[in-house]
Ligand binder design. Structure first.
Ligand code: BG6
Length: 484
């Protein structure tokens, strides 16, 4: 891992007037400017089709910071010092030549040595033409380093991901490409590596001999909000399972990497993804939320949301049981589940251990799923709970399930935002928390049976835990989903 000061550089954000730039990138860049080794190292150029001036864009930046809860002279000073804007108008080759000229001129005036980060905060269909146009304008090379950041979703399926990879490799080496999955930047997700491999306790029991099942749930209370039109093209599998949940699964299930560098970690995650058995129809359930109720308020169904077709078949929920064919995991089911408009916002990993092999406490004790369980809460209320059996003090041998709890907030206070971590890593050229080309393709391969459009999409009421049918894939009662 490169942990030094980043070089002086220029960040060119495509889609600079969009939601991602305003809500995530701008606040993260400001935070880096204030509290990190990147201070004073980045000049930022917003790029979009809009014909607005530097001054108008700076105002957008100031407004975005206000929405993020930051105002005052420091913000204004940063906006005026470090932020610029270039219109792309019709996005023709002249517009890209003008962009190149502006980049060179700006680098000269601020004394930046030609290191460039191009951040594509763009909808998927805009990726290929932008990569082509950058290449045609010679902006894939520069006097210093050139790095390109591509947001998820990376493609729509295996074929489109392969084409996108091939296109990127026409202009950039893999070392210059940063496929961003913001889950990997979350502290709790990074900590999976520290937790598993920084302690000798877990590794000897982290396998089929001791673990009965692993569940990974990412449940959201929110619906699709203003993103109905985008979501119609995506759905829960493309939006969350193919990227966020399979990446988390990779970190939970991988073998110890040779080191904490990008290629060692990617090699291990790739092995996991490649060992996943083909998913069969009986292994998954897709769902779509209908009107329902939460916290005493009625909620619209997905088909009534703006931008959504009234007869849409897009899934807003997916649950799947995976088998990993490896020495470590043979026979251990991995349950993945995600959904919008669920009963509660929670992202967690639940590792259920086997019961003790001999029932010495019978007839008083039945070892239940809850009693031998490690829960890693990725968000919110980040932390761990380890549940085990203890004797209830007093007469007789009566057991009780007790939890040991750790909460990040008690120990460390507020956690940094994922985008801060990831942007700083791109500035430093560190790939550890990014997704490699072969990983992204292997993840699409896993998801192919889920996205062929042939499966039933079951309705569930908004504010619930998904279609009741989801229990059916939990192996006839062998596992019950953790709905809390
Ligand atoms: C994004 C998805 O990648 O992740 C959104 O496109 C989803 O649909 C979001 O809401 C969830 O992120 P987080 O960090 O709130 O879990």
């Amino acid at each position: 891992m490169n942990r030094g000061y980043p070089d002086r550089h220029l960040i060119v954000i495509f889609g600079a007037t969009g939601d991602l730039a305003h809500r995530k990138l701008i606040p993260a860049l400001y935070e880096l400017e204030r509290h990190s080794q990147a201070k004073g190292r980045a000049t930022i150029m917003g790029v979009a089709r809009a014909g607005i001036s530097d001054q108008e864009y700076r105002q957008q930046v100031i407004d975005a910071m206000k929405a993020a809860g930051e105002t005052g002279p420091e913000v204004t000073d940063w906006a005026h010092r470090a932020i610029f804007f270039q219109t792309l108008g019709d996005q023709g080759s002249a517009a890209y030549q003008a962009l190149r000229a502006r980049i060179e001129e700006l680098e000269q005036s601020v004394g930046s040595p030609g290191n460039r980060m191009f951040y594509l905060a763009l909808p998927l269909p805009a990726f290929p033409p932008t990569v082509e146009a950058l290449g045609a304008a010679g902006l894939n090379k520069s006097p210093g380093w050139t790095r390109i950041v591509v947001e998820k979703p990376f493609g729509r399926d295996l074929d489109s991901a392969k084409s996108l990879n091939a296109l990127l490799h026409r202009f950039y080496s893999e070392d210059d490409v940063f496929r961003l999955d913001h889950y990997l930047g979350k502290e709790t997700v990074q900590n999976l590596i520290a937790f598993r491999f920084g302690n000798a306790l877990w590794e000897p029991i982290w396998n089929r001999d001791r673990i009965k099942a692993v569940e990974i749930t990412a449940a959201e209370e929110l619906g699709v909000e203003s993103r109905g039109a985008f979501y119609e093209q995506a759905g829960a599998v493309r939006d969350i399972i193919q990227n966020h949940l399979l990446q988390v699964l990779g970190l939970v299930a991988m073998d110890a990497p040779a080191g904490i560098d990008g290629s060692s970690v990617s090699n291990e995650k790739l092995k996991v993804l490649k060992s996943i058995a083909p998913i069969r129809e009986q292994d998954f359930v897709l769902g779509q939320y209908a009107a329902g109720e939460a916290n005493g308020k009625s909620i619209l169904g997905y088909r009534q949301e703006t931008g959504v077709k009234p007869d849409s078949r897009t899934e807003t929920f997916a649950a799947v049981r995976l088998a990993i064919n490896s020495w470590r995991w043979e026979g251990v089911p991995f349950y993945l589940r995600t959904g919008k408009r669920m009963a509660k916002k929670t992202t967690k990993i639940v590792v259920t251990f086997h019961c003790p092999p001999a029932a010495v406490f019978n007839p008083y004790i039945v070892c239940g799923n809850e009693s031998n369980r490690l829960t890693i809460t990725l968000q919110p209320n980040e932390g761990f709970n380890l549940a085990f059996q203890v004797k209830i003090p007093g007469e007789g041998m009566r057991l009780h399930t007790q939890e040991m709890r750790f909460r990040y907030a008690d120990e460390f206070g507020k956690l940094p935002e994922a985008y801060q971590t990831l942007l700083l890593d791109v500035m430093r050229g560190d790939h550890t928390l990014f997704v490699r080309n072969d990983e992204v393709e292997a993840a699409w391969q896993v998801c192919e049976p889920l996205i062929n459009g042939k499966s039933e999409v079951y309705v569930y009421p908004a504010g619930s835990w998904g279609p009741s049918r989801t229990d059916a894939i939990a192996e006839g009662g062998q596992h019950s989903w953790v709905n809390q």
